[in-house]
Design a protein around this ligand. Structure first.
Ligand SMILES: NC(=O)CCC(=O)C(=O)O
Length: 276
């Protein structure tokens, strides 16, 4: 399988419509790839909190339209990164905001939408401006099943275990990860690959947005935890990699650690009563 990760910048000086067209052209240039991946919130920037409301769009809004067409023209599976999605309110009108990833099939149909479950920012930013998703999302491609997660989700191994239990063999993680925590990005991408015996395709953002320098360093890790490809730095880059999806099953068979899982350990344990 061939995948291209498009590590693009979300520069405030570039009008969003121009960026959509520019990114669509880049997607079209990837014709021949099986899967193309974009970063998190590339229309606004993942740290441009004040733009989330003004830059929000419905699920089937302008980014959806442009990306569906680009996927169809290129004939690729496209994980189009995420958008600030304005959900519907139950009685009509404006509902909550979500950080929503869109996955398109090569015929330009929406194959899946994933609303980010773990919102970043603690008591500010995304954590207060956006609502949390609740559903794990996997998508069956001809060669592999992808499991979808977004940026901060990378810190929560239980989400990835859920994806593996749902059949995921390739974990796709668009992100807007800051330079300040670059070492965590690489470490966590490799950890998620090793512990789940799965490929990890993690696509970061280039440049600086909202004053936050981005780590870039998009990375592809194999099911043994080895780095197959890594972006050179934090500039815009197309990272292309060939990988063999069958290695997931082989790795899980030859080193069957996933079979040794002990389930139900997540409940708090009480100390044994004293026997004296
Ligand atoms: N956009 C994000 O989710 C940022 C996550 C992050 O900075 C971190 O986990 O560290």
């Amino acid at each position: 399988m061939r995948a291209s990760l498009l590590q693009i910048a979300a520069d405030e000086d570039e009008p969003v419509d121009s960026r959509r067209r520019r990114v669509a052209a880049l997607v079209r240039e990837q014709a021949g790839a099986d899967l193309v991946v974009l970063p998190e919130l590339w229309t606004t920037g993942a740290f441009a909190y004040e733009s989330f409301g003004s830059g929000a769009e419905p699920l089937r809004g302008p980014t959806y339209e442009v990306m569906a067409e680009a996927a169809r023209d290129a004939g690729v599976w496209l994980h189009a990164g995420s958008i600030p999605e304005r959900g519907d309110a139950p009685g009509g009108g404006e509902g909550p905001l979500y950080n929503t990833s869109l996955v398109f099939s090569p015929d330009g149909e929406l194959a899946a939408a994933y609303r980010k479950i773990h919102r970043f920012g603690f008591d500010k930013g995304e954590a207060v401006l956006m609502a949390a998703g609740a559903d794990l999302v996997t998508v069956r491609l001809p060669e592999t099943t992808i499991g979808v997660a977004t940026c901060y989700d990378l810190r929560f191994p239980e989400l990835f275990r859920g994806l593996v239990d749902a059949g995921a063999e390739t974990l796709v993680v668009p992100a807007g990860w800051p330079e300040r925590r670059r070492s965590h990005w690489t470490l966590l991408a490799r950890a998620r690959a090793v512990e789940n015996q799965a490929y990890v395709l993690a696509c970061g953002t280039a440049g600086t947005h909202a004053g936050v320098p981005q780590a870039g360093r998009s990375i592809v890790v194999d099911p043994w935890g080895e780095v197959l490809a890594e972006a050179a730095g934090a500039d815009e880059e197309v990272l292309t990699v060939e990988f063999d999806p069958a290695r997931v099953a082989r790795t899980r068979e030859q080193f069957p650690a996933l079979k040794d899982r002990v389930l139900g350990l997540d409940a708090p344990r009480r100390p044994e009563p004293s026997r004296s």
